[in-house]
Design a protein around this ligand. Structure first.
Ligand code: BDR
Ligand code: CA
Length: 306
């Protein structure tokens, strides 16, 4: 089977770094482009982080700058989890310069050139939404949009909103309404991918090169989460990539998903898991994950990188 052509839109981000390395290490994916938004840190940090992460992998994938703020509303970073620099203060060798242009144009260029493209969104959805909203006919070429976003229960940045959805809900609404298959890795799914000291020790024992060493240093920088009784922290973004590599380790269900754009619940995703809204499904919800299989996959792939 030929590799899936994909674009990764990201805001590195500790877990984004792991997601990028997982994708770049995986022969099932043909990563044509990495686009970057401000998110976990400002674009002035996330762009060099993305360049460095791709550079360390040894893969020649263009990295292009995108939005430094959401379509509407104010930009807010998340330094409590990711550190002021976005990758927990871990120094990486500088990557190649950013490719010229701007994210939305570059995403559209890939869509014009290829008939089936998978879009992987692991940050605020601004760049992907701008690409599709500015040339809607290109949506026909989107094979699948896989997003780490949202939550069907409580949020992690407000009581009801998950960080990526809350960062740019209008853009997420564009993706949910574009008519192409959307797959959601929500907080309830990523909670099952808990990084624990035991799992870190297993990864450490795997050997590997500079990427795995950097991945471990980044993971060690992330504080254990109060929400999880300080047992560890969820590894959000690699879950979205893992879906494309090993769908058999997930349980799924079809849902209708929407996002609030107003009021105190701004950024809340309303996910109808039990067909109560009467609305047709517009998304595939990743409901459950075999966590041991997920961490084995992560280790097996990262060990293959330089
Ligand atoms: C999401 O928000 C970011 O902080 C993480 O990188 C992930 O994409 C989790 O809510
Ligand atoms: Ca992210």
């Amino acid at each position: 089977m030929s590799a899936r052509i994909c674009v990764i839109d990201t805001d590195p981000g500790t877990d984004d770094a792991l997601a990028l390395w997982l994708a770049l290490a995986s022969p099932e994916l043909d990563v044509r482009l990495v686009t970057v938004a401000g998110g976990n840190a400002g674009l002035d940090r996330t762009l060099p982080n993305a360049r460095a992460i791709v550079g360390l992998s040894g893969r020649a994938v263009p990295v292009v700058a995108g939005a430094d703020r959401p379509l509407l509303g104010a930009f807010t970073a998340e330094p409590r989890v990711h550190g002021a620099d976005g990758i927990g203060g871990v120094a990486l060798p500088e990557g190649a310069p950013a490719a010229p242009g701007i994210a939305a144009d570059s995403i559209r260029a890939v869509l014009r050139a290829e008939e089936r493209v998978t879009l992987i969104g692991i940050g605020p959805a601004t760049n992907l939404a701008l690409a599709l909203a500015s040339e809607p006919a290109l949506a026909a070429r989107v094979e699948e949009i896989v997003l780490m976003t949202g939550a069907w229960a409580e949020g992690n940045i407000t009581p009801s909103a998950e960080f990526n959805a809350w960062s740019d809900p209008e853009s997420l609404a564009v993706l949910l309404g574009c008519g192409r298959p959307v797959t959601l890795a929500t907080l309830e799914l990523t909670a099952q991918a808990l990084v624990t000291p035991a799992r870190l020790a297993t990864l450490e024992a795997a050997g590997g090169g500079a990427c795995l060493a950097a991945a471990l240093a980044i993971l060690q920088s992330v504080p254990a989460s109060r929400r999880f009784g300080f047992r560890g922290f969820p590894l959000h973004d690699p879950c979205a990539v893992a879906w494309l590599l090993a769908p058999q380790i997930f349980a799924t269900r079809r849902v209708h998903a929407a996002v609030e754009t107003h009021g105190t619940a701004r950024g809340r995703t309303v996910i109808d898991r039990w067909e109560r809204s009467g609305q047709p499904s517009n998304a595939l919800l990743l409901d459950a994950l075999d966590a041991d299989a997920f961490f084995s996959l992560l280790g097996d792939r990262l060990v293959e990188l330089p």
